[in-house]
Every structure is written in C-alpha cells, then in structure tokens.
Design a protein around this ligand. Structure first.
Ligand SMILES: [Zn+2]
Length: 361
C-alpha cells in the first residue's frame, strides 16, 4: 500500500534532530478537520469569504487518513485529536459532515465538536450537541448571513449570544477562528473576546491560530489586552511565527496555550515568510497546482524546494524556538502539548478512558 504522503530524508532529519525529544510521548491535537469529499458542494459559491489555498491540500480527510498522518509524522508518539468537520461553504452538507464526525468519534473513542450553524435556535443547538455526544462547537465566519461583506463580519454574526448561553450552561468548548482583516489586533475582535469571557465565564473558548496573528504586523496592542484575560485559551495551529508565540507565552503563560495542527493543511510542504504584513507560504513548484493567483502562495525550485518540510514541523519548531527564548521547561511543554487540553476536554465532559489505550484503535 502506498502511504498517504511521502516522508523524505529532510523530514526525518528535522524530526529526529529538533522535534522528537522536544515533544512529550503523548500529544493532544486540539484542532483537526475530518470530512469526506461527498459532503462538499460541487460548485463553490462566488463569495466564499475565505482564503483559497487550503482547498488545494487535500480533497478530504477521513479519520483513517488523519491517523495515518500522525503515524507518518510522529512515529514514536501517541496522538489524540479533537475532531470537527469542514463545512465552510454554505452549500456544503453540514448535517452529513456532522454525522460522519459523530460516528468517527464514537468508533475511535475520540473527542469531537459539532460544526455549528448560527441559524440554529438555542434549543436546536443544545439538542444537536447533546444527541451527537459533542463537547461543544466549531464556528466559522463563512456561515454568517451572506448579506454581510467579509470585512464587516463580527464574531457574534457566527457565534450568536443564544448559542453562547448554551455553551456557558454546559461548560462546553467553542473553537473560534476570529474574523476581520486586522485579525488579532482588530479592536472590535478584542473587545468581543474580552466581553465573551466576562459574560459567559463557563464557556471554554479556544482562539484558533493565536487569533490568526501569522505576522508581527498582526499583533498591535493585542497582547497587552490579552494579558488581562484569565480564561480564554489559544491554539498555535497553522502558525509558524516564533515571534508571536513568544509574545503569547509572555502574555498568558504556558497553561492557556494548546497545541493544535489544523490538519490536513499541515501536511503541506512549505515554509512561511512575512512581507509587509502579508504571509506567504513558500512551496515546491508544481506540487499544489496553479497558485499564481493566490497572494499567500509562492513557488520555489531546486535546492530551495528540496529543503522544505511539513507545515506541521515548521509550526512545532517555531514553538520550540519561542519556548527556548522564554525559558519554558519540559513540564511546560507537556502542558502545552498534552495536559492543558486533557484537563479542558475532561471539564467539557470527555470520558477519561479516551486518553488511555489509544494504541491499536
Ligand atoms: Zn481549522
């Protein structure tokens, strides 16, 4: 059987020399997407209101593919994912995707979030999460009312107050990818993040991708504001910014930072650079089709291409460098890559048995 993707000498070298001994033996990946191609709309609507490069990485990501990915990338580790779907287009089969995630979670005894629709009423939102044994919700900006332009979308347009009330009542998790062009430094985003923490203190909020702060220019005064928060957590998924990881560690400490990947896109072979605040994924020529129209993608050839490794390894290595600079110890690293998530998932209702005997599932 051919493997899902190729692990090259360059990848093994990075893993063995920089990551293998840095990482604990058990990991929790708090941010993964699992879906089958059949749930995705054939024709994407014109206003997808999101970047296009992630769609080039994988047509789908079955639970089997996710497990094989961990096996190939972390051959000596045990990885437990928190899974959810990928219904980012309004035409996608949201219910089919959620049903599939629910079945995968039950069969493999792993935690999962529902991919939520902001149109669901308080009662419907609660009933769907309960019926599917989910631990909370993944919400996404593209599910906001289509009348709202991408730049004007606010958090409450896709995470309405009546759904926050439900999450608060149960102590459930919400995975929040914040909207708006200014990302983490956007004052409205910051104000609403702080407001959610004050008004709904039992919701376990995870700010995905460190608030999409992929470049130094995305930060503004965000970490001063966030240093005053007490509860919200941040996942480091899909970021390779050691500078911003360092600021995050200094602002909130290692107990509120969670390892997450954003698989399957973390299978990408790349390195990321920032140019005047715009992030660019540098990739091997031809590997991901025609990317000439995408301002976040650039191709390289020859030696430059041969040196590129997985996005997953780039992310973890960036965090390793930030950890070194801020003096985190191995207990802190274990917190970020395992214990913080284990505690949070337990508080949200995950059976403790899910973290034992993961081998062989
Ligand atoms: Zn994601």
């Amino acid at each position: 059987m051919t493997p899902l993707f190729e692990v090259q000498a360059v990848d093994r070298d990075v893993y063995q020399h920089r990551l293998e001994s840095f990482l604990p033996s058990r990991l929790i990946d708090i941010h993964t997407h699992v879906w089958l191609h059949q749930f995705q709309a054939k024709e994407k609507g014109e206003c997808l209101r999101a970047v296009t490069w992630p769609q080039r990485l994988a047509l789908d990501n079955s639970i089997e593919d996710l497990r094989e990915t961990y096996h190939l990338m972390f051959p000596d580790k045990t990885v437990t994912p928190l899974i959810f779907g990928s219904a980012i287009s309004l035409q996608d089969d949201l219910d089919g995707g959620n049903e599939y995630v629910c079945q995968c979670a039950q069969k493999h005894q792993i935690p999962a979030l529902i991919f939520a629709d902001p149109k669901w009423s308080e009662a419907e939102f609660e009933a769907r999460i309960t019926a599917g044994h989910f631990l909370g919700a993944k919400v996404y900006l593209t599910r906001s009312d289509p009348q709202i332009a991408e730049d004007d979308i606010q958090i409450y347009d896709f995470l309405p107050l009546h759904q926050l009330k439900v999450l608060d009542r149960h102590g459930w998790i919400v995975m929040l990818h914040i909207p708006r062009r200014d990302r983490l430094r956007d004052p409205l985003n910051l104000a609403q993040m702080v407001e959610i923490e004050k008004r709904y203190p039992n919701v376990q909020v995870i700010i995905a991708h460190v608030g999409r702060a992929y470049c130094p220019e995305d930060v503004g005064n965000a970490f001063e504001v966030l240093a005053e928060t007490r509860k919200m957590r941040f996942d480091i998924s899909a970021s390779t910014s050691a500078e911003n990881f360092e600021l995050l560690i200094r602002a909130v400490g290692p107990r509120r930072i969670l390892f997450g990947s954003d698989l399957p896109i973390l299978r990408m072979r790349m390195r990321r650079i920032c140019e005047i605040g715009n992030y660019v994924n540098v990739v091997p020529k031809g590997l991901y089709g025609d990317v000439s129209a995408d301002p976040h993608m650039r191709e390289v050839e020859g030696d430059d291409a041969a040196r590129l490794t997985f996005f997953m390894y780039e992310e973890i290595d960036a965090f390793r460098r930030a950890a070194l600079k801020t003096g985190l110890g191995s207990n802190d690293i274990n917190d970020v890559f395992y214990r913080n998530s284990a505690e949070m998932l337990g508080e949200a209702g995950m059976p403790e048995s899910y973290l034992h005997d993961q081998e062989g599932r």
